[in-house]
Ligand binder design. Structure first.
Ligand code: BDR
Ligand code: CA
Length: 331
């Protein structure tokens, strides 16, 4: 894979729980010249913290990436124990994909400290891209509140304005650590929500994913296997996962925002009851009556992705990885 971040590339820190689709997102971010990955922060979520760190280092090998600092952060959410996502990502976190152990080492400092150092050292404001439960981001913002002065915005994969996946109403990343997500929303940093409304749409056709998995390109083989993991899960109620590029879509949003329909909307995280972890998104044309009635305090606001040009992101994803020839020519 070639690595050629352009001088004007967006400086980014990825926070990941690698994770089948975090792996796709890391590969995309490293390959896109408009993204400059300063470092990668790991958190427990799709797999244990140890597995997430190891998977991330192995994926950097797949990408033949230059040295990029990777560090371990929180091994569990702020309040609750970590929960398994092995039914989606497999015990290893990378589904059925087997990768050789890496010679790369994680940093000896925590990912909270790594993020602080990278943000403070950056000549340009940094974009944090959270593809996982937001525990690390919440700890960073609580421990080092001044970092907000050099953060451009926080783009997070998480939440939904409609249905959930971890529960009927809550998306996994927010549900896994709702207090952390609430802290991030309350930080004053502009936030962009790439939630299930769009995440669930961007999928690679199954025949393309299968062809990649069995083709000649080593990178195509890895990408195809990761996409096929979702396809393998795609029966019955899990069929939403078929061929999704998943977290990689949040990176597409960074470099091609015009393929999305978005709106600035009031947003809050539900912290109690069955709805715990749900993102409540206020789509009323005349919001505010609930505040008048004393039911809630003021809402936070975020830019929320509501719809996406699927074909455009599928092509962007595969072209960026040099795998666009697997798609039929566009008409
Ligand atoms: C999110 O949770 C994980 O399964 C994926 O990696 C993604 O970040 C989707 O709810
Ligand atoms: Ca993830």
């Amino acid at each position: 894979m070639t690595h050629s971040a352009a001088p004007e590339a967006i400086p980014v820190i990825l926070d990941v729980d690698t994770g089948v689709d975090d792996a796709l997102a890391i590969l995309f971010a490293l390959a896109h010249p408009g993204i400059n990955v300063l470092g990668i922060s790991c958190v427990a979520g799709n797999a244990s913290l140890e597995r997430v760190v190891e998977n991330t280092l192995r994926i950097l090998d797949v990408a033949d990436a230059p040295t990029i600092p990777v560090a371990a952060g929180a091994r569990r959410p702020l309040l609750e124990p970590a929960r398994s996502a092995a039914h989606v990502h497999g015990e290893s976190g990378l589904g059925t994909l087997q990768l050789a152990p890496s010679d790369r080492q994680a940093e000896s400092i925590s990912s909270i400290e790594l993020m602080r150092r990278l943000i403070q050292a950056s000549p340009h404001p940094v974009t944090l891209v959270a593809l996982a439960p937001q525990t690390n981001l919440a700890l960073l913002l609580r421990q080092y509140p001044d970092v907000v002065n050099n953060i451009e915005r926080i783009v997070f994969m998480g939440g939904s304005t409609t249905v959930g996946n971890a529960t009927a109403v809550a998306e996994f990343n927010v549900w896994h650590d709702p207090e952390a997500a609430a802290i991030v929303l309350d930080s004053g940093v502009p936030t962009f929500m790439y939630g299930l409304d769009v995440f669930n749409q961007v999928s690679i056709p199954e025949r393309v994913a299968v062809a990649l998995a069995h083709g000649d390109s080593p990178l195509g083989h890895v990408v195809g296997r990761l996409l096929n993991n979702r396809i393998a899960l795609g029966s019955g109620r899990n069929s939403d996962y078929t061929g999704l590029i998943g977290d990689a879509g949040a990176l597409c949003a960074l470099v091609d925002p015009d393929a999305l329909e978005t709106a600035m909307l009031p947003l809050r995280v539900q912290l109690s009851g069955y709805g715990r972890g749900q993102t409540l998104v206020d789509k009323r044309t005349h919001p505010g009556e609930d505040v008048v009635h004393g039911l809630v305090g003021d809402w936070e606001a975020a830019e929320v992705a509501l719809d996406v040009d699927v074909d455009r992101y599928v092509r962007l994803f595969l072209d960026t990885l040099g795998l666009g020839s697997a798609l039929p020519p566009s008409k």
